[in-house]
Ligand binder design. Sequence first.
Ligand code: ADP
Ligand code: MG
Length: 148
Amino acid sequence: MIRLVGAEATAALGATLASVLRCGDVVALSGDLGAGKTTLVRGLLHALGFEGEVPSPTFPIVIPYAPPELRLPLWHVDLYRIEDPGEIAELGLDEARLDGALLIEWPERMGGLLWPDTLRLTITAEGADARRLTWHGSPAWEGRWPLR
Ligand code: ADP
Ligand code: MG
């Protein structure tokens, strides 16, 4: 468990994650609306060199990023508005993963279809001014998460 006090701490955690992120990685971000999932992705994208605004990918559901704006291809995905897991197949996430990383908010919408090697992060509110981050790793992330 990592305690994150203030939004800057959430963004900094995203930047830390950026330092170990590779092509083929999937990071699932769980947590209520307003937990800080997009804040974490924003910190991660800026650490990968992206200098622009990072909107929340609600419409559209997927926002792709790619070099030269950042170090590796990455799709920022928010499945909040998905109602039927069948809609997810149309997004082409499997293909995107072949040469990039996926950061997925609301991964619960995928039902059991989430890849087994996903790093699953959960952000939970701890009062109004802090969050707690917990995770469920996988062999693909051994030695990379949690960071030491
Ligand atoms: P989500 O994508 O999970 O819906 P957002 O990242 O869009 O959430 O919004 C999270 C809100 O919580 C923002 O207002 C942000 O400033 C704030 N926030 C993020 N992390 C923390 C933290 N560790 N402590 C306090 N506030 C935070
Ligand atoms: Mg969000």
